[in-house]
Design a protein around this ligand. Structure first.
Ligand code: SIN
Length: 490
């Protein structure tokens, strides 16, 4: 029978190294708080270099045996882990909402989303094929096999505290890598709970290790992984600035990297679009997690002929959104993760107003709810001189840009160094073909706002990073190809 845990039983406040829950080597701790009211949830291990090193030592010791397990044995462990995550969906969802702030329905949804990657990679574990290369020389057999790359360091963000780490750990374990992980300092508890369930599922000691750390000490701890030649792969989701830092600092040991970085997603509504569908798609994609999602539309381009109608339809829906703490089941938009995040949103909106934008709805903080709340906002008359055109706002703000023709829309959509997601709405088949090809992003939603799936390759181009998560391609980042040449066969 799959064990279910009471919510408080899922809370772990120590590091998980070599199969044991241990405090930071110097006993340091830091506070994890609820972003809705700032109240303390728990104090957790504040790791430093010695803890990072201990995690690497444990992963190195466990690697030889783990990489020799059969794929179907690893798949079985992942299946048990998946069953445990699903059985504990309510408690995990509530924990996500509590430390991250997303509404309860989204917290539960994230658990299902993260679990879907574990199920997916449990299946994929048994499908890592190599190739027998067509014969080139008599008496020689040439083949290519795939091997686990080695120790994987997984560094994950706060906006999806369960799904992002699950979709890194699952493929790594599936192919026989061992893992050292560090979740974001704002949301370490969900990652620790997930690791507890992995332990319960039978992941052997040392195969999966997790350290938690506050920002400054976390940088030093990760720094040790970047320099350590035993760590062969870094998988990271987060900002482009940090992604570049990781690439630079790990260059000394030439690690393989997968970087899922910032976006500046365009969402284009053409005159020929179904406007109701476009509004519904925008609401789904923009307001997921209160706009704190890398694939959230950041710039909404609306063709002149439908601009006013689209603005009115959207404003009606956005102004009706319920903002509040995650603990209230009717909440649709929770608090932002911290005060820095709200300050950035306010700065973007203020800057847009000074550059000619008009508030259609929202456009203000909500101090009556708490310091981290910001009203869902629609801004009309956005233009390229505004900060929110060049930078990801990461909040519930929709700036509406007006465009005249397809060429202008594509040019403006692509006028960014980022290239993670894009969306467009049109009912013209030829335009759909042209625009899908012209958009410079790794993911394109066509008449669809909900694009993420464990079966699809997730990842960006340009400064949004490289590597793909999920799908049949998702194992490649954790494998290296070895060529075998056997001679003197005849
Ligand atoms: C992210 O925001 O980085 C991930 C979003 C997703 O997986 O859909």
């Amino acid at each position: 029978m799959t064990r279910t845990f009471a919510p408080e039983e899922l809370i772990r406040t120590e590091n998980f190294i070599g199969g044991r829950w241990v405090p930071a080597s110097d006993g340091a701790r830091f506070a994890v708080t609820d972003p809705a009211d700032g109240k303390l949830i728990a104090e957790v291990a504040d790791s430093h270099v010695a803890d990072a090193r201990a995690a690497t030592d444990a992963a190195a010791a466990a690697l030889p045996a783990w990489r020799e397990t059969l794929p179907k044995e690893r798949a079985e462990i992942l299946r048990r882990w998946h069953a445990l995550i699903v059985a504990n969906q309510d408690a995990l969802g509530a924990l996500i909402s509590r430390e991250q702030g997303k509404p309860l329905s989204e917290g539960r949804g994230e658990v299902a989303y993260g679990a879907s990657y574990v199920a997916w990679f449990a299946e994929e574990a048994t499908r890592v094929y190599g190739d027998l290369i067509p014969q080139q020389h008599r008496g020689k057999r040439m083949s290519a096999i795939k091997e686990p790359i080695g120790i994987v360091a997984a560094i994950t963000p706060w906006n999806f505290p369960l799904a992002m780490i699950a979709r890194k750990i699952a493929p790594a374990l599936a192919v026989g890598c061992t893992v050292i992980g560090k979740p974001a300092e704002d949301t370490p508890l969900t990652a620790s709970a997930l690791v507890l369930l992995a332990q319960e599922a039978g992941v052997p000691p040392g195969v999966l290790n997790l350290i938690t750390a506050s920002r400054g000490r976390g940088i030093d701890a990760v720094g040790d992984w970047l320099q350590d030649g035993r760590v062969r792969k870094i998988t990271f989701t987060g900002s482009t600035a940090v992604g570049k830092h990781l690439a630079r600092e790990s260059a000394g040991t030439l690690k393989k990297l997968s970087l899922e970085l910032g976006g500046n997603a365009p969402f284009i509504v053409f005159d020929d679009a179904d406007l109701d569908a476009a509004v519904a798609g925008l609401l789904v994609s923009k307001f997921r997690n209160g706009g704190q999602t890398c694939v959230c539309p950041n710039r909404v381009f609306v063709q002149a002929g439908v601009y006013e109608r689209f603005t009115a339809l959207l404003a009606e829906r956005v102004s009706a959104m319920k903002v509040g703490p995650a603990s209230d089941a009717s909440t649709q938009i929770g608090p932002m993760i911290n005060s820095k995040a709200v300050d950035k949103i306010a700065r973007h909106v203020d800057d847009a107003l000074t550059h000619g934008a008009r508030v259609v709805t929202g456009g203000k903080r909500l101090p009556e709810l708490g310091p981290n709340f910001y009203a869902p906002t629609v801004l009309a008359d956005a233009n390229s001189s505004m900060l929110l055109c060049g930078e990801e706002t990461f909040g519930p703000v929709v700036p509406l840009f007006r465009f005249e023709d397809e060429r202008q829309a594509i040019e403006e959509a692509n006028a960014t160094p980022y290239g993670l997601a894009s969306y467009f709405y049109s009912n013209d088949m030829k335009r759909i073909e042209r625009v899908s090809r012209a958009l410079e992003t790794g993911l394109v939603g066509i008449n669809e706002g909900a694009i993420s799936s464990e079966a699809a390759p997730f990842g960006g181009v340009k400064e949004s990073g490289y590597g793909r998560e999920g799908s049949k391609y998702g194992l490649d980042d954790y494998l290296s190809i070895k060529y075998l040449c056997q001679g003197n066969l005849v």
